[in-house]
Design a protein around this ligand. Structure first.
Ligand SMILES: Cc1cc2nc3c(=O)[nH]c(=O)nc-3n(C[C@H](O)[C@H](O)[C@H](O)COP(=O)(O)O)c2cc1C
Length: 348
């Protein structure tokens, strides 16, 4: 894959159809390479993390356009899917043109999880089903779902088996290193879900107790690859640079890298990790910013500007007056004002 010479059409025309060419690494290496998940071949092993309120259709499409080899929906309630909730189905359906793509389901009832997964497969909107075993939010945990499954590995295994029986798509899981610092059980847990048939395993190197705070504990990811055997192991937590990718590979021998907050306000990180330096130019980054907001306006209508805020503050993070700007823009609803702010920032 030669380095990019001319501007991709979507930068000027957000409605341009998805084109997978930037997902090819310029050069494959032992770190960055295609990845096989069951019958699914990913063009590369850089995965956009599922993030509720962040990875809507527009952001998934943008990251895939910029090279992410796999994207995952925000967590979706299996129960809401089985009840045909319009809002939940729209959430996982929009911008499904960016492939490969997985829908992430949460739940603790094997029958409901299986029914939801079968319905999603029928819609033909995705290439895999991911089961959430890491969400720390009390509303989710108190139902036995999300990271509560780290305390009930047998139920986690039952969910994997039930979903696998219901669909022909690959079934993957995403978990944490444990429930609390006193109960780190990631090794046994991963063995249990792999034995149950999980076709890829992503581990976020924090406990439920840690939430999203502190530093990811990469040392707990060491040895997981051996437990997974031929099943792909994807490392997650605090990856935001090519150096992090190298360090994680050296330490864990992982098969892939999942990136969350590191690409918020920096979606070109995927292209950078693949070796394309084209998007590091500020003039091009301004066009990415503009494309992102316009695409969100197309997806969400008038609520796009408040929903864009998390990205806006990410894009402006290195601004000399970032704190003042955050304060000034925290209630802004006019897209023109937001566009002008982005334009001014990327032109200086
Ligand atoms: C705002 C936010 C929302 C998240 N939502 C989800 C989710 O829906 N499903 C999930 O499995 N993980 C979710 N996560 C966790 C991320 O996928 C990821 O595991 C975590 O942020 C660590 O990776 P990072 O350090 O690269 O951000 C969320 C994280 C954040 C910050």
């Amino acid at each position: 894959m030669p380095s990019l010479q001319s501007e991709p059409a979507w930068l000027e025309s957000p409605a341009t159809a998805f084109d997978s060419s930037l997902q090819q690494p310029i050069q494959t290496s032992e770190r960055i390479k295609p990845l096989q998940i069951g019958k699914l071949t990913l063009p590369n092993n850089l995965v956009l993390a599922p993030m509720a309120g962040v990875t809507d259709g527009s952001f998934r499409l943008l990251c895939a356009r910029l090279g992410a080899g796999f994207t995952i929906s925000e967590l979706a309630s299996a129960k809401a899917i089985t009840m045909k909730s319009r809002q939940t189905i729209d959430m996982v359906r929009f911008q499904g043109q960016a492939r490969p793509y997985a829908v992430q389901l949460f739940g603790a009832d094997p029958k409901i999880m299986a029914r939801a997964a079968a319905f999603i497969e029928e819609l033909q909107i995705c290439d895999a089903i991911d089961i959430n075993m890491g969400c720390p939010v009390p509303k989710v945990v108190k139902t036995g779902a999300g990271s509560a499954l780290m305390k009930t590995p047998e139920l986690a295994a039952t969910l994997v088996k039930a979903v696998k029986q219901a669909v022909s798509l690959p079934v993957t899981i995403k978990c944490r290193i444990g429930w609390s610092e006193n109960s780190i059980n990631v090794r046994d847990f991963v063995k249990t879900v792999v034995d149950a048939g999980a076709e890829a395993v992503t581990v976020h190197a924090r406990t439920r107790q840690a939430g999203y705070s502190g530093t990811a504990q990469w040392h707990h990811l060491e040895g997981i690859k051996d437990i997974c055997g031929p099943v792909p192991f994807i490392a997650n937590g605090d990856i935001s640079s090519p150096e992090h990718v190298s360090q994680l590979y050296e330490r864990t021998g992982c098969d892939g890298y999942m990136i969350g907050r590191g690409c918020v306000g920096k979606p070109w990180l995927f292209s950078q990790l693949l070796g394309h330096d084209y998007f590091l130019d500020h003039k091009i980054q301004w066009k990415i910013f503009r494309h992102h907001l316009i695409d969100m306006l197309m997806e969400h209508g008038p609520t796009a500007v408040p929903l864009f805020r998390v990205h806006l503050f990410g894009y402006l993070k290195s601004h000399a007056n970032a704190a003042r700007l955050r304060h000034a823009l925290c209630n802004e609803r006019n897209p023109e004002v937001v566009l002008q702010t982005g334009h001014d920032f990327f032109s200086t």
